[in-house]
Design a protein around this ligand. Sequence first.
Ligand code: MN
Length: 335
Amino acid sequence: MTISLPRGTDLTDRAAAVLAEAAAARATVVLAGHVQPDADALGSTLALAEGLRRRGARVLATFPDPFTLPPSLGWLPGAEGLVPSSAVPASPGVFVSLDAASPARLGELAGLLDGAATSVVVDHHASNPGFGDVRVVDPAAPATVVLVADLLDGLGVPLDERLATCLYAGLAADTGSFRFGNTRPDTHDLAARLLATGIDHAMISQRLFDTAPFGWLGLLSVVAGRAVLEADVGVGLVWTWSSTAEAAEHGLPGEQLEALVDVVRSTQEADVACVLKGQDDGSWSVSLRSRGATDVARVAMALGGGGHTLAAGCTSHEDREATMRAIRRELSAGA
Ligand code: MN
């Protein structure tokens, strides 16, 4: 079944109707965020799962392998009820994809897009090519949790502290705590609604952004110390690299590498910040950030990845120097 509708409120209404119908029929609904879920993917998944459960649906919430969550996210309400991808049926009534910019980001769960009687795609990435039967895809939304809040409203599920904690985590993460340009007046309206439920927003932010083992300081000093500034590439490039193995030397999980780019991107002389993160399988996971003058989603897409205009990523199976040559080439082409 393919349902094509113009973007806007109709889409959210249509998706909410599909979900309400599934809940009323006690159908099985499988929800999943993207691989290595962040606060937006996980907050979206957990909030919509809980909302649908309250409406009577049989809900299974999952995410692609590896089935592990970092400590910064594992405490979110409902995370303890997540099931591994191997535990979900191949042909549920409804499959909901959350915050995944492409089917590939769903890993082994991508088959559910066709396996489910109806698939619903909820996302806000500019690079989303359009997939799934019912699409709530809005690149103007600062976070997928914003779209989930609309769906919960459409389902008639009132926001309480539990739901609001999940939604606020995604909203704070994807707006950089309301610092990024994607923050709009209605973003603060939603934040106000969430705070009004009584959530401990200071605790949420501290757990998400301001908590790391002492070893983080050692890793940071090494990785920041090897950063390279290339002012002649594009509108300026600053880059560095690390690896899961190096993180482990400092007693840190590989997930801690994600925070490196937030330090590197403050470099005044470079519009683009890039961090190469070596993975256990030898590939490089690449984080790209722009201070405003460069469309890094275009760069990431040229290298097989995707994301947002000012924050994107890709995976490279080349070595470090070949990966950087490809990035320099794309940055120079777009300048
Ligand atoms: Mn997101």
